[in-house]
Ligand binder design. Structure first.
Ligand code: DQA
Length: 137
């Protein structure tokens, strides 16, 4: 089973960025622990702060991988382009958020991805990613 985690803008700063919201761990730590917990899964990671690069990556993996775990971060709430890419590809996409977006500002309650995602997981901190990986088992 081949899965990829795709993280959007500002998630390269995890561990440093608003730790009261996003926690004190870097994503590298989370990714290492996921690889240890799920040794049978071929797990990849891609992060970009650029909308078009996220769309290009979805196109690149979206017809051959078994699944995509996507935290499009702020683009979740703004990007029709990423939403259309999720609709266009074949691989199932799990939308993930670290924070509980529905307990935050109103603009975070809208998702251009959710309608075409297989499922959405949010509010469990970095554990949201682990729950998303488990959903493929
Ligand atoms: C986020 C929530 C988004 O609203 C925000 O813009 C992010 C991170 C999360 O993982 O909680 O950058 O996707």
């Amino acid at each position: 089973m081949k899965l990829i985690i795709i993280n959007g803008p500002n998630l390269n700063l995890l561990g440093k960025r608003e730790p009261e919201v996003y926690g004190a761990d870097s994503f590298d730590m989370c990714f290492e622990s996921l690889k240890n917990k799920f040794p049978a899964i071929e797990l990849e990671y891609f992060q970009s702060n650029i909308e078009g690069e996220l769309i290009d990556k979805l196109h690149e993996v979206g017809f051959s991988y078994d699944g995509i775990i996507l935290n499009a971060a702020a683009y979740t709430h703004t990007s029709i382009g990423i939403g259309d890419a999720v609709k266009a590809i074949e691989a199932p996409v799990i939308e993930v958020h670290i924070s509980n977006v529905h307990s935050r500002e109103d603009f975070r309650h809208t998702s251009y991805i959710a309608a075409n995602a297989k499922g959405v997981i949010f509010g469990f901190g970095l554990k949201s990613y682990e729950l998303a990986v488990q959903s493929f088992l």
